[in-house]
Design a protein around this ligand. Structure first.
Ligand SMILES: C[S@@+](CC[C@H](N)C(=O)[O-])C[C@H]1O[C@@H](n2cnc3c(N)ncnc32)[C@H](O)[C@@H]1O
Length: 287
């Protein structure tokens, strides 16, 4: 299994080539001094920022050691294994980004609240938080079928086909598999993941609860307005004026899961931060 993850992590950049979402996020990164990329994966965004002349602090955080092993081929960025709640950042960043639909790994409202609260703690005053989630109105999972599979060539010249199959759609959660097959391999590699689809209204309610206000909202990477069937719900948020820093919450570490001790959860029971595995296609899932 470990060997399989290393194999699919090494294919990630061949499957997920640079795209319009990267241009969008790179613009934001270049306009900020200290940047944290949560769920940085193989680190392409921060590497591009450094290569294009960014001189500030760049930190890439991800719980997947195989993705980070690929990221660490590039110097000039702090690559950190872990999740935000346990990393303990306090008022250190002008920008937190979460690209490649990382947001969808948080499967419950409590997971999202814990994540947003930790982002707020990590931001300096006046900081920004940018992330996207797939719009449920565009029903992208209906195109996660073998006919929409892609053929790629890995860095060692291996020819690989990547196909998706949805196994369950229920209560906003989509469970699916991703199969990698290659004539050069003895066996297929199959990975499974569950992603959550939330509406803009749900996102905004959770942001407001955790002390954020939305400053930009787009439905696609060219900054078109969000419509009922836009593919993306792209959000740039900032800590709301007049809400005390960190909303009074305290992050409490429980191994790799984290509880946020506040009035709703006085004991700081573990709420979220699932370190779910992620299929190698990530951003490149059919849109
Ligand atoms: C689709 S990849 C996106 C990688 C990169 N941001 C990109 O745009 O290519 C999703 C990443 O989220 C990471 N991830 C999973 N659970 C996470 C969590 N709780 N906190 C932060 N990252 C997480 C995975 O390890 C994976 O690298």
């Amino acid at each position: 299994m470990t060997e399989d993850r290393a194999k699919t992590a090494a294919l990630y950049d061949a499957i997920n080539t640079w795209g319009d979402s990267d241009d969008f996020h790179l613009d934001l990164v270049r306009s900020a001094d200290a940047v944290l990329d949560v769920g940085c994966g193989t680190g392409v965004l921060l590497h591009a920022a450094r290569a294009s002349g960014h001189t500030g602090r760049l930190v890439g955080l991800d719980p997947d050691p195989h993705a980070l092993a690929v990221a660490r081929r590039h110097e000039g960025v702090e690559w950190v294994e872990g999740v935000l709640g346990t990393a303990g950042y306090e008022a250190e960043f002008d920008l937190v980004v979460m690209t490649g639909h990382v947001f969808q790994v948080f499967l419950t409202d409590d997971d999202v609240r814990a994540q947003f609260t930790a982002v707020r703690r990590a931001l300096r005053p006046g900081g920004r938080y940018a992330f996207e989630t797939r719009n449920p109105g565009a029903r992208a999972w209906e195109r996660w079928t073998p006919e929409h599979g892609v053929d790629i060539t890995g860095e060692n010249g291996e020819r690989v086909r990547v196909e998706h199959r949805v196994e369950d759609v229920r209560d906003g959660l989509v469970r699916f598999s991703e199969t990698h097959s290659s004539p050069d391999w003895a066996e297929d590699v199959v990975e499974r993941a569950t992603l959550r689809f939330t509406t803009a209204e749900q996102v905004d309610a959770l942001l407001a609860e955790t002390g954020f206000e939305v400053v930009e909202r787009h439905g696609s990477w060219d900054r078109a307005p969000l419509t009922a069937t836009s593919r993306e719900i792209i959000t740039v948020a900032r800590p709301a004026r007049g809400v005390p820093d960190h909303g009074g919450a305290v992050a409490v570490a429980f191994g790799t899961r984290v509880g946020v001790r506040d009035s709703k959860n006085p004991r700081g029971d573990a709420l979220g931060f699932p370190t779910s595995s992620w299929p190698a296609s990530g951003r490149a899932l059919p849109r």
